[in-house]
Write a protein that binds this ligand. Structure first.
Ligand SMILES: [Cu+2]
Length: 375
C-alpha cells in the first residue's frame, strides 16, 4: 500500500511539473545506502556476540561463573520489543502523512471509515500480543529459583481465542459486505451524468453526452481511425456526443462511468475518490459515484495551487502504462456547463467525410446514407 502511495506521489509530481517525457528518477544511492547499513548492523551484532562469548570463556578460565545467557536473551527480547514498537509508531507518524488526503466522494468516506476501523482493531491486537509475547519472554526467562508450570491443554483458553476473533472478523466482514453492496449499486438513476471512459494502449478516451443527455450506442465492429470508439451513427442519440481531453465533473452530482477496454485489461483508478474498477475488453463495467470536493477547494485545503485529481490506469498493461493518465476537474454546475459548451463533437469533420455525411445536422441525409454504412 505504501509503495503504491509513493508511486502515486511521484506521478502527481511529474504531472504537476509537466515533465511527462523525462524518465522517472530512481535514487539508487539511497537503496545501496540502506542495504549497506543493514549489513553493517548485522556485522555489529555478530561482533558484539563474539565479544560476549570471549568474555564468557575468559570468566570460565578464571574459574568464575560464566555469563547468564538467559538474562542476555531476556534483555535482547525487551530491546527488540521497544525498538519494534517505536518502528510501528514511526511508520504511522512519518509514512502515515504520505497517504491520500480525505476522500473526495460520498462512498469514499465509507471506505475510509472501514479502513480506519480495521486498522484500529488490528493495531490493538498487534500491540497487546507483541507486548505479551516479548514481555513474557523477559519476565519468565529461566531462573533456578522457580519451576515452569506445564499446561498441556485448557478448554477455556481455546474457547476465548477461537470465539473472540470469530466475532470480530464476522463484524468486519458483515460491515464490509454492506459497504460493498452500497458502493456497487449501479442502478441508473434519472439525472445521473453518464461518461464513457475507454482504455486502450496507452490512453483513456472520454465521451460525454450532448444536449439530449444520452450517449449513443457503440459497436466494436464500427471502430475506424476517425471513429476510435466505434460509435453507432445509425442512432440519433450519437450525433451530439462530445469528446473531451479532461474529465470535468460537476460537484455533488452522481456520475456513472461506463468503462470499457479495447485491447487488454486496464483499470480506471481515481484514488482521491476511492474509485477503482477494471476495464475489461468485451465486458462493460460501471462505477457510480458522487464527487463532493471541488478541485479549487482541494487546492486550498492542501495548500497546493497546482493540485489536480487524476485518473490513472492501475493494471500493468504494457510499456506506456505509466503515462496512462488524465486530469479530472471537479467544478460547480455552472463551470461544468460552460466547459461542456466548448467541447468538440465526437462526430468530427473527418468522421463525417468517412461516413459520407453531407450534413450531420440533417437526419434526412443521414437516413439516406446510413444504409450504405457498415454493411
Ligand atoms: Cu492501462
Amino acid at each position: 500500500m505504501l509503495l503504491g502511495t509513493n508511486l502515486l506521489m511521484a506521478q502527481t509530481a511529474a504531472a504537476a511539473a509537466g515533465t511527462g517525457d523525462e524518465a522517472p528518477q530512481v535514487d539508487w544511492t539511497g537503496v545501496a545506502y540502506y542495504v549497506l547499513l543493514f549489513f553493517l548492523v548485522c556485522l555489529g551484532v555478530a561482533v558484539i556476540g563474539k565479544i560476549l562469548k570471549i568474555y564468557d570463556l575468559s570468566l570460565k578460565i578464571q574459574g568464575k561463573k560464566g555469563l547468564k545467557w538467559n538474562n542476555v536473551m531476556g534483555v535482547i527480547c525487551l530491546v527488540f520489543l521497544l525498538a519494534g514498537l517505536y518502528g510501528a509508531y514511526w511508520s504511522f507518524t512519518v509514512q502515515g502523512s504520505m497517504t491520500l488526503p480525505e476522500a473526495a466522494s460520498i462512498h469514499g468516506v465509507k471506505v475510509d471509515e472501514m479502513f480506519t476501523v480495521t486498522t484500529v482493531l488490528t493495531m490493538f491486537v498487534f500491540f497487546v500480543t507483541q507486548i505479551l509475547l516479548f514481555g513474557f519472554l523477559f519476565q519468565y526467562r529461566h531462573s533456578d529459583k522457580r519451576r515452569a508450570h506445564f499446561l498441556p491443554h485448557d478448554n477455556t483458553i481455546e474457547k476465548i481465542w477461537t470465539i473472540v476473533p470469530a466475532i470480530v472478523l464476522t463484524v468486519l466482514v458483515v460491515f464490509g459486505f454492506f459497504t460493498w453492496q452500497s458502493i456497487m449499486d449501479t442502478h441508473q438513476v434519472k439525472g445521473d451524468l453518464n461518461v464513457d471512459i475507454t482504455g486502450h494502449q496507452f490512453a483513456w478516451e472520454l465521451r460525454y453526452p450532448g444536449k439530449d443527455g444520452k450517449l449513443g450506442p457503440k459497436n466494436f465492429k464500427l471502430v475506424t481511425g476517425s471513429n476510435k470508439l466505434g460509435v453507432d451513427f445509425k442512432k440519433k442519440s450519437s450525433f451530439d456526443d462530445l469528446s473531451a481531453d479532461t474529465m470535468y465533473l460537476p460537484v455533488n452530482k452522481p456520475v456513472r462511468l461506463n468503462i470499457e477496454a479495447q485491447d487488454v485489461i486496464h483499470s480506471v483508478y481515481m484514488p482521491h475518490f476511492r474509485v477503482q474498477l477494471n476495464a475489461v475488453p468485451g465486458l462493460p463495467t460501471v462505477f457510480r459515484f458522487t464527487p463532493t470536493i471541488t478541485t479549487a477547494k482541494m487546492r486550498t485545503d492542501l495548500n497546493d495551487p497546482t493540485f489536480e485529481y487524476l485518473v490513472y490506469c492501475n493494471k500493468i498493461c504494457g510499456g506506456g502504462h505509466y503515462n496512462m493518465q488524465k486530469i479530472v476537474r471537479v467544478v460547480s454546475e455552472a463551470e461544468y456547463q460552460t466547459w461542456l459548451s466548448h467541447q468538440k463533437p465526437y462526430l468530427s469533420d473527418a468522421l463525417k467525410k468517412e461516413l459520407h455525411f453531407a450534413d450531420a445536422e440533417s437526419p434526412k441525409t443521414v437516413s439516406q446514407n446510413r444504409l450504405a454504412l457498415n454493411n
